[in-house]
Design a binder for this molecule. Sequence first.
Ligand code: PGA
Ligand code: ZN
Length: 425
Amino acid sequence: MARIKNVYASEILDSRGNPTVEAVAYLDDGATGWAAVPSGASTGAHEAVELRDGGSRYGGKGVLTAVANVNDRIAPCVRGLDPADQQGVDQAMLDLDDTIGKSGLGANAILAVSLAAAHAAARSAGLPLYRHLGGGALLPTPMLNLLNGGRHATDSTDFQEFMVMPIGFGSFAEGLRCGAEVYQALRGIVSARGMSTNVGDEGGVAPSLPTNEAAVELLVEAIEKAGYRPGEDCALALDVAASEFYDGERYALAREGVALTSAELIGYYEEWVKKYPIVSIEDGLTEDDWEGWALLTERLGSRAQLVGDDLFTTNPERIGRGIAERTANAVLVKLNQIGSLTETRAAIRMTQAAGWNAVISHRSGETEDTTIADLSVATSAGQIKTGAPARSERVAKYNRLLRIEAELGSEAEYAGASPFAKLRR
Ligand code: PGA
Ligand code: ZN
């Protein structure tokens, strides 16, 4: 059995040009594993702590403390452990940290080591990561974020993400092709109208639009222009990220000059789900509005996937409450919200055991790390959200899935519309 000989972390840059943590795990059999940690912009209040240095260096965003925590404190503690015993490695770090929210070592320090150990164990066993993590042959339906707003672009929409989901295809490769063609069609439309084709943090266009609904209409138009049927070949999904424009009392849609109650915003969604082929709405309400979420789920839960991101922050305790109180019916899974692979897998297992969908997700600040692609296949999640088919930190994950699908050959299955089989449309 291979043992961890050392782990070594460094400070690198993410896709927004901010520092983040990477780590390499070295095993005594010569195998190594590498991982880098992403970073959010519209982070949930209940996420694990991303340790930043403060001060003036990198505007306070340096991660040298987290890096030192890996090299000086975590490394001695995981040396000699079996990297294939993920739970053992992660637990050793959790015991060392001993704070709520991982503020002691930093979730960015812990996650980098957790993932690097997994990659090293896979390498040592001669397995691709998705096989080491449990196998599975279900390729996820991508949620491609073609139009970026909210915190991911300035002067675009209030809602954060307008996504397409290629549901009517037989393979991931064909689904991705549809997503990419729709993206090009959208760029063509936006440019022809004299709007900017500059992109937001996740690679989607970010034109200045008068309303949020105008973005939905643009996507429908782009699907048609690319020669696909909205709702049949390609559905729509939203990440409203409502916590970002909730002012403590109301949902303030600055671009439309209105401030809505939870019930009014839910009414908005009900109209949209009738009018447009929207199959999924993420963070439709703010992160602590449990009552509003229960109402949203009662009103729309049979017709749309309702995904909790900021609501759950990949935290088994919050997901447990959501399942018990029927708030949402799906969970957005982000490794760095909880800060270790073991806890992330526990969150996924809990979600799936309740009959809910788990959507594996990137962050708006990303790197070339593609762990989430393997994780989505290993857990048969059926959905992955990793941005537009543009910007290499986004495309790296889609390209990894293309390679996994090719490697699986005839074993591979594409999720397509299956995550939505239970919905009444
Ligand atoms: P974030 O955005 O990474 O900035 O939090 C992604 C999301 O809200 O899903
Ligand atoms: Zn979100």
